[in-house]
Design a protein around this ligand. Structure first.
Ligand code: GLU
Length: 447
């Protein structure tokens, strides 16, 4: 069998065994589509069934989450934790609370996380979890009751040396506080390293909140620099307006770029003077409001509820909302409008067709598992601080993040070059991440 036939048959097997999970299929195809050259060079990987092992989670937990709203009505949600691979360290990855969350969503995210975490070079395995709970419109007390119920089951599966969840869409500082409080109460252990993204008041790490956005900006800066460019005076479009988007905007502005548009599920705003970050944070983080409120306070800005944020001409696009937000049409518009770099703050925000457009056009395209790895990397730094009962300064932590992102970029760049695909960060990230985790799996024997 040729390597291509081997890969095709492996993909067919994943599709057959995991029906009705399109995002998981997409993520598997994406990674397996890149690793043919490694399999050709190293037949021992196929012989040891490394791909089959990487595509099968080590453990999948699904549980009921009952809770009561403020009116006393009972709700039943579903909780998930997919512990994908622990060859490189404890399972590590966030929790997503969003009504769209299904098992297949968590599997796609967990699968991506394995390779992302491997790519960072840090000692962390891969996992993801979450629930179809929708925190939008819920009171703090409802969110607290939900988190307490969620942790009442989850606590038995996690631990600082076992599995270390963090945030993702719908899970931020507030939720992590409630989750940690309940874990501590149930276990009677002050085990700081069981969760990351914690508040600074109880064992959190500086720069963790900012890390995904900052890291993505650093990664894009490296890609631009590799092409003799910089952020200086670049027009930048950021999708979303949550944690990743906010700190992407902050760092892009610090690096000399100007973010002219951002969005939420209700539409997007264009502000040619540059997004006013204080205002955006007030609306999104304090008031938990809609993007339309931004325009009410900034008369020069415009609100658009039709089309997409990618219709706004830009030099750099940083998709930071959610998966599959850039299809062929959006990618084509970006390229036609002169976009030279795309750095993904979200996980898998570009469809395979969109990725093809970027690669064909030869623009600098940094896939999420490389570009957004600053978040989980800083989580690993939080684990390190917790383990040594230490707390680092903001400057030192940011410096460490910056070094990690430079190394991730260099790993992708050098690997792509080594395998004859210079400038292809998709191939570079997938091959480098895969190789590191595959080597560890191989050395651990048949487990
Ligand atoms: N949810 C983030 C990600 O997609 C962070 C995970 C973590 O810090 O464990 O990488």
């Amino acid at each position: 069998m040729s390597v291509q036939q081997q890969v095709d048959s492996l993909i067919a097997q994943v599709l057959r065994r995991n029906p009705a999970e399109p995002e998981f299929h997409q993520a598997v195809r994406e990674v397996l589509g890149s690793i043919g050259p490694v399999l050709a060079k190293r037949p021992e990987l196929a012989e040891a069934k490394i791909i089959e092992r990487l595509c099968e989670p080590e453990r999948q937990v699904i549980f009921r989450v009952p809770w009561e709203d403020d009116r006393g009505e009972v709700h039943i949600n579903r909780g998930f934790r997919v512990e994908f691979n622990s060859a490189l360290g404890p399972y590590k990855g966030g929790l997503r609370f969003h009504p769209s969350v299904l098992l297949g969503t968590v599997k796609f995210l967990g699968f991506e996380q394995v390779f992302k975490n491997a790519l960072t070079g840090l000692p962390i395995g891969g996992a993801k979890g979450g629930s179809d709970f929708d925190p939008k419109g819920r009171s703090d007390r409802e969110v607290m009751r939900f988190c307490q119920s969620f942790m009442t089951e989850l606590y038995r599966h996690v631990g600082e040396h076992t599995d270390v969840p963090a945030g993702d869409i719908g899970v931020g500082g507030r939720e992590l506080g409630y989750l940690f409080g309940q874990y501590k109460r149930i276990t009677n252990r002050y085990e700081s390293g069981v969760l990351t993204g914690k508040g600074l008041a109880y064992g959190g790490a500086r720069v963790r909140t900012e890390a995904t956005g900052y890291g993505c900006a650093f990664f894009v800066e490296e890609m631009l620099c590799a092409r003799g460019e910089s952020f200086d005076s670049k027009r930048v479009v950021v999708s979303g307006s949550g944690n990743v988007s906010i700190y992407t905007i902050e760092k892009v502005h610090q690096l000399g770029g100007r973010v002219v548009a951002c969005s939420d599920s209700s539409g997007y705003v264009v502000d040619e003077k540059g997004i006013d970050l204080d205002l955006l944070r007030q609306i999104k983080e304090v008031e938990r409001g809609r993007i339309g409120d931004y325009v009410a306070a900034r008369p020069d800005a415009t609100l658009h509820s039709e089309g997409s944020v990618y219709d706004v001409p830009c030099d750099v696009a940083m998709p930071s909302a959610t998966h599959n937000e850039i299809g062929r049409a959006e990618a084509t518009t970006l390229v036609r409008n002169g976009c030279i770099a795309v750095g993904e703050g979200a996980n898998m925000p570009t469809t395979p067709e969109g990725v093809e457009v970027f690669l064909q056009a030869g623009i600098a395209y940094g896939p999420g598992k490389a570009a957004n790895s600053g978040g989980v990397s800083t989580s690993a730094l939080e684990m390190q601080q917790n383990a040594s009962r230490d707390s680092w300064s903001f400057e030192y932590s940011e410096q460490r993040l910056r070094e990690i992102m430079t190394n991730v970029h260099e790993r992708c760049r050098a690997t792509a070059e080594e395998f004859g695909m210079p400038g292809n960060y998709v191939a570079g990230a997938n091959i480098a991440g895969f190789t590191r985790v595959a080597d560890a799996v191989l050395e651990l024997g048949l487990i």
